[in-house]
Design a protein around this ligand. Sequence first.
Ligand SMILES: Cc1cc2nc3c(=O)[nH]c(=O)nc-3n(C[C@H](O)[C@H](O)[C@H](O)COP(=O)(O)OP(=O)(O)OC[C@H]3O[C@@H](n4cnc5c(N)ncnc54)[C@H](O)[C@@H]3O)c2cc1C
Length: 496
Amino acid sequence: MSRRIVIVGGGFAGVSAAVQLMRRSPAPLAITLIEERERVGPGLAYATHDPDHRLNGPTWVHSVDPLDGEHFTRWCVARGVFESDPKALQPSGSAFVRRAVLGAYLEDQVRAHAHWAPTGSTLHTVQARVVGAVQRGGELVALTDHGQQIAGDLLLLATGNAVPRLQAPLSAALAAHPGVIENPLDTARLLNIPRAARVLIIGSGLTALDVICTLQRQGHTGGAVVVSRRGLRPRPQPPLPPGASLPLPTPGGRDNLDRVLGPAPDFLLQAEPTLRAWVKALRAQARHAQGNWYPGFDALRDTVWQLWPRLPQAQQRRFLKRLRTWYDVHRFRSPPQTEAIVNRAIANGRVQHRAARLRGVRADGQALVAQLQSPRDAAAREERFDVLVNCTGLDVAARTANNPLLQSLRVQGWLQSDALGVGYAVDAQCRLLGSDGQARARVRLVGPPTLGTFGDPGGAMYIAAQIHRIVPDVLATLGIAGGNAPQADDAVLSAA
Ligand SMILES: Cc1cc2nc3c(=O)[nH]c(=O)nc-3n(C[C@H](O)[C@H](O)[C@H](O)COP(=O)(O)OP(=O)(O)OC[C@H]3O[C@@H](n4cnc5c(N)ncnc54)[C@H](O)[C@@H]3O)c2cc1C
């Protein structure tokens, strides 16, 4: 009989988990993928339909199956993506396609894996919101808002990021103001910003750049001010090596996976596990490379899931407080097309980046009055805007608050925040660590909510690698491939 796996969340992580499990299990699996959105695949990240919202990495880091790094690129070729969007292809040979294309690819993978002939595994989707999960006898049952009870032998949570919300010092009530766009991923709202509106963009990461691209394509003339504490912008993609013959070779097969799973670089392994020592080691690497910081930083980024747990907790906290913004601007790089649009808008004076603290925003009729304090000013100054777009990042607290499944798991003691409060506690195999500290082998959590444990599981390539890594243990838990389910964990689960 097929082992049953219930996956909650049909974004990149949920789809990649389903595909990898089906392709690697020697025994048949019956997978049910539950997603509350109408489409299964795009999730939160790839649901945008704006043509200027692009992937922040090349096609070869977005394969659903990390054993086949060219899978997504081949899919793009087969679907004529590069003919319909020639701007996607860069001189380096890499392609930065629209985010919506990845959404369509993921949706297509769900269809293509409905039945996996080599083993007879099946993938079935259900459109519903999971509001809770219970243990009943030997099975785990997902409860949906439609009253369905979907039973499995293992529950895999791929609930992803939470929809962005206004954060302090902005009050939640401000979200009701017609000029406030609380969720910048709501493409329809962005497209409706009047051309002459004076726009305040709070936060200066990749989402802010997406907003700028939308405004510029719409012929926006009102001007936009991008405000962040340090006034930093995401770095561009690495420059072409001087004199290199083009196109550059791109990683294929399992190259990316091997890089992520391979050993962390010696220059970091040999440094003391402190932020100071790592930053020093990174700087030294950049100096050796004539100022080129990309190779050293990429070596850190790719193996950070191995390095992060080596840092003492006090250092991890310090990183979140002091270094995260710096890390993020180097880590999340703007696609070349986005970079060009934003640079043009800045050069034309239509967009201004400013380092300032937002002290508050109040409504004055239709207008929004922001209190902004630049580092040079002793006090905040007021400035009027017509539209405010919230690009402050993904609100971690909202994950539980707005997700009844996570809330219910927390109440049952199956789920608890990680020690840093940026995600949920899991062990090395992504087993949930409940409030009793015990690992639940038959409840797994993958993707961005495991940030606190692994440091950086946010990008598609890292999520796919994370799932690849835990597949043998997941199958063993189901008694497949000779793997024995750890009895102690099952006992804990039964007690939950
Ligand atoms: C705007 C944005 C752009 C990004 N761009 C890139 C990029 O270009 N490249 C890259 O590598 N990474 C990018 N990322 C990082 C991104 O986090 C990952 O690539 C990946 O998409 C995360 O996938 P996920 O499935 O974990 O999360 P999500 O995309 O958030 O999907 C989770 C899904 O779970 C569903 N869900 C949650 N709870 C329930 C429930 N209770 N019941 C039913 N369904 C539920 C949600 O509806 C959602 O569809 C981006 C992230 C964002 C937010």
